[in-house]
Write a protein that binds this ligand. Structure first.
Ligand SMILES: [Zn+2]
Length: 501
């Protein structure tokens, strides 16, 4: 089966074929963050979706060049720089660093290029100059340069390729910003914003006077710089379709006369606890807020990857608990596989080919416009069968090794990144206390009481695994071990609790 993706340009699911004549190389551009605050969970849905697209393409053997811009100059940023009395670079640098950290926490593959707008002023200016030369941009009385949609359309180009709306219906509800009164038509958008006193130090010299770039033009300039005038895939949240992506198409195609992007992919919105996320409703979460509640990057990633990218997704804390349980199921199975493999073999020294039947089922699900629910279905069915076979004592060490190799391949797409190189009896460092389904706050024990050391928590985790595997003798021996180290473990309806003796 070939990979098929929904293309917003054609409003249909299309087979994905790269522009590259060898059919191998793929250029992928995702609109990146505006670094004036921490990215919220709605943003992260889009970035994790971008990561899924990239991983799927790589799973299928494409050589992907992944580009994500960093918008480090923009109205909100300038306002905050003014308020905080910092320099632009200092202010944006902290949020850019936080964004990169968060990408790692969610185990997203880092883009190959993360160009900053402020470092591409020359490319942006030269693109604007091209549009001026072609007569589809003009400088207004206030010094700003605007894109003329009327001139663009007059040249036979279509504005509104993604929305497919009647042009006259577009932008009717859009308010003209006070600093944009100078433009000729309400639909025109700024390519270069002339310097105003409120900009402070944030401006660059340009052939059309001092100022700063508009937001849309930076994506056109930076994507084409790295990926060429025409490239394969452009991604973003559906809220970017209009005006951002329409404007990107108009500027790029207006300047080059060539088709800008072959496939446009858009991720749907995210609701939190059934409502649009908002600070006033108390359902606004950054990634950091969720980590502070005791969830792991892996659990959050798993939940964000649980629904199809074109479906509006309801993100809930209950859903995160479900993701925790799902992760525990996978992890337990992997631990059992390692145990079976290690019963007679040093599995790390043996190479095995993955099970192609399972891989093909998984791959076919992704081919169907990234049908992730179907792909999870394949995984959990595979785990169910493995668990049953292990419980019956019918899984050989060799079969276990094949299963581990299969998981490693599946995980290239899922990116859950369980550490399989460690001996089975050692708990994965990164999942720590939450990884196998311990109650939130377990590691911190009860308020006011002493926090159990890591060694004790690990033993407690081991005991949970042993109990789940119905190995009660082993579970009891762990309880004794914990006791000998000065701690008691109590089973409560909410899960086990540790108490200092
Ligand atoms: Zn963009």
């Amino acid at each position: 089966m070939a990979l098929k993706l929904f293309n917003t340009l054609s409003r249909s699911v299309q087979e994905f074929t790269p522009l590259d004549s060898t059919g191998k190389k793929v250029g992928l551009y995702c609109c990146g963050p505006t670094v004036y605050d921490f990215a919220h969970i709605g943003n992260w849905r889009t970035f994790v979706f971008g990561d899924l697209v990239r991983r799927t393409l790589e799973f299928k053997g494409y050589a992907v060049t992944h580009v994500m811009n960093i918008t480090d100059v923009e109205d909100k940023i300038i306002k905050r720089v003014r308020e905080t009395k910092t320099s632009l670079r200092e202010f944006t640098g902290q949020y850019e660093a936080a964004f990169r950290e968060d990408l790692k926490t969610l185990n997203c593959r880092l883009p190959h290029h993360t160009p900053r707008a402020t470092e591409h002023i020359a490319e942006i200016i030269s693109l604007i100059e091209k549009l001026l030369q072609r007569g589809i941009a003009y400088q207004a009385a206030d010094g700003s340069v605007y894109f003329s949609i009327e001139k663009y359309r007059g040249g036979g180009c279509t504005y509104g390729q993604l929305l497919k709306l009647n042009f006259d219906e577009l932008r009717t509800g859009e308010r003209v910003k006070s600093d944009e009164y100078a433009k000729e038509s309400v639909a025109d958008f700024a390519l270069w914003k002339a310097r105003v006193p409120e900009d402070g130090d944030v401006f660059w010299p340009g052939p059309f006077g001092e100022g700063r770039p508009g937001w849309h033009i930076e994506c056109s300039a930076m994507s084409m710089k790295v990926l060429g005038e025409s490239f394969d895939l452009h991604l973003g949240g559906e809220d970017l379709i209009f005006p951002h992506h329409e404007d990107e198409i108009a500027q790029s195609e207006g300047a080059t006369g060539k088709p800008f992007v072959k496939h446009w992919l858009h991720g749907a919105h995210l609701l939190v606890e059934g409502k649009k996320m908002s600070k006033s409703l108390g359902n606004f979460f950054t990634l950091r807020d969720l980590l502070a509640r005791g969830f792991t990057g892996r659990e959050i990633r798993c939940l964000l990857l649980s629904a199809h990218y074109r479906e509006t997704f309801n993100f809930t804390l209950e859903g995160l608990q479900g993701a925790r349980t799902a992760m525990a199921r996978i992890k337990e199975c992997l631990i059992k596989l390692i145990e079976v493999a290690e019963s007679t073999l040093k599995y790390r020294d043996v190479t095995a080919s993955p099970d192609t039947v399972t891989l093909n089922k998984f791959s076919n699900a992704l081919d169907d416009d990234l049908n992730i629910s179907k792909a999870w279905g394949v995984i959990f069915e595979w785990i169910r069968v493995l668990n049953r076979t292990i419980a019956q004592g019918k899984l050989s060490p060799e079969q276990s090794i094949v299963a581990i190799a299969t998981w490693k391949k599946l995980d290239k797409v899922l990116g859950l990144n369980f550490d399989l190189k460690i001996p089975a009896r050692i708990i994965d460092e990164t999942v720590h206390a939450q990884g196998i389904g311990l109650p939130v706050g377990f590691a911190a024990s009860i308020e006011g009481e002493e926090v159990a050391p890591r060694e004790i928590i690990e033993l407690a985790e081991e005991r949970i695994l042993a109990k789940r595997a119905k190995d009660f003798k082993y579970a009891d021996s762990i309880r004794e071990q914990i006791k000998s180290k000065g701690w008691a473990i109590e089973d409560t309806p909410k899960g086990p609790k540790l108490k200092k003796l």
